[in-house]
Design a protein around this ligand. Structure first.
Ligand SMILES: *Cc1c(COP(=O)(O)O)cnc(C)c1O
Length: 364
């Protein structure tokens, strides 16, 4: 019986997704497994261990602290840090992490650090901006970097960029412009670098939409966890996560009575209300409630009513046969995290990444 809010992770589905992605790649295209945000809620260290067993050689996280957690969990593979901050560069070296350098300032600071520590051939990656205009070197900065800076203390392992609309239907002018801009990046690098780094561009949806641009590596996150941002691509994958919780109390309320904070819901008839021990602090946002968002109980659907609370939410049980202790499913393989997200007007990424530490993780 389920004891409390629980995220059940299906490791066979993780393996299925990994194999599915690998099958879309040429043998010499590397798969960089993105395990940031606690592996999209599933637990970074545990998922990295599983992916390492499946053959993953390269991991990526967003921030340095996430990579430190992986190292402390004994992950020995390469760990790329997408967005290291200036103040974290010492830690990057201390934990033998591979920073992505994305501004001239951060490159200068890192070069200085390597010099002070007398380090040679330190593995780094360079991020170029090709139109997303989030982070990355401009074409001008890239040329300055390659032409003017002494990079002998670095091993530039890869130079990459990131697509801003890889899931949009083709032809997509914006994506094509990014692909063209990255082609110019590659030409520039070829002009100045005697030893060529690897090049990469694609995230999960990119692997499905633009496999011809897989280049030397792809950086896949969400697809490992079962989603690719288009219904037809999702069919090839299996959502790994099921979020469920037990009913912890049932109330019978009379017509006209209220439920929850600020009288968020008023019974229009005598009703049975189920209390579920999961709320904002677990990652269930304010947009749910008032009939937005459903849960599944013994194969039937019940709406989330009133205001979601910090630790709890309420559902209208109608005439569903259930009891205290009955499992309530927020999402699983059938009603997926993408479906649950869509009812709340958001995307699977937000729901999965927002699942908090308090939810028990169970692996099977
Ligand atoms: C998060 C991230 C990815 C992974 O994206 P998915 O859509 O989850 O596959 C790839 N590259 C960068 C730079 C990222 O920040």
């Amino acid at each position: 019986m389920i004891q409390e809010a629980q995220l059940t992770i299906d490791l066979n589905s993780l393996a299925h997704n990994y194999t599915c992605l690998r099958s879309k790649l040429k043998e010499d295209t590397a798969l960089i497994a993105v395990v940031k945000a606690n592996a999209y809620g599933a637990d970074g260290a545990r998922i990295a261990q599983e992916l390492a067993k499946l053959g993953t050689k390269h991991f990526a996280v967003a921030y340095t602290a996430e990579a430190v957690v992986l190292r402390e969990a004994n992950i020995k593979e390469d760990i790329m840090v997408f967005y290291p901050q200036l103040g974290q560069l010492e830690r990057i070296i201390e934990y033998q992490l591979e920073p992505v350098l994305y501004t001239l300032e951060i490159i200068k600071a890192f070069l200085l650090l390597l010099k002070q520590k007398n380090l040679k051939d330190y593995p780094v990656h360079i991020k170029c901006n090709t139109g997303l205009n989030r982070i990355g070197l401009s074409q001008e900065d890239l040329i300055f970097f390659l032409k003017e800076m002494d990079t002998t203390s670095m091993n530039i392992k890869s130079i990459y960029s990131h697509l801003g609309a890889s899931e949009n239907p083709k032809p997509c002018l914006f994506t094509q412009q990014q692909i063209n801009a990255f082609e110019i990046v590659k030409q520039t690098v070829k002009e100045y670098c005697p030893i060529l780094p690897k090049f990469h561009l694609l995230n999960s949806s990119g692997v499905f939409n633009y496999p011809e641009h897989q280049l030397d590596a792809v950086r896949v996150g969400i697809a490992l966890y079962g989603f690719a941002n288009q219904a037809e691509w999702d069919l090839e994958l299996r959502p790994i996560a099921k979020l469920s919780a037990p009913i912890c109390q049932i109330h019978r309320v009379k017509k006209g009575e209220n439920v929850g904070y600020n009288q968020g819901w008023k019974a229009t008839q005598d009703s049975r209300i189920g209390i579920i021990p999961i709320g904002h602090a677990d990652g269930i946002g304010r947009q749910y409630g008032h009939g937005v968002g459903n849960v599944q109980i013994v194969g039937q659907t019940a709406p989330i009513i009133g205001n979601v609370c910090m630790d709890m939410l309420m559902i209208d049980l109608g005439s569903i046969r259930c009891d205290v202790g009955t499992e309530v499913i927020l999402f699983d393989k059938n009603t997926t995290a993408a479906d649950f997200a869509a009812t709340g007007n958001t995307i699977s990424y937000e729901i999965l990444a927002g699942l908090n530490y308090r939810i028990q993780r169970v692996y099977q």
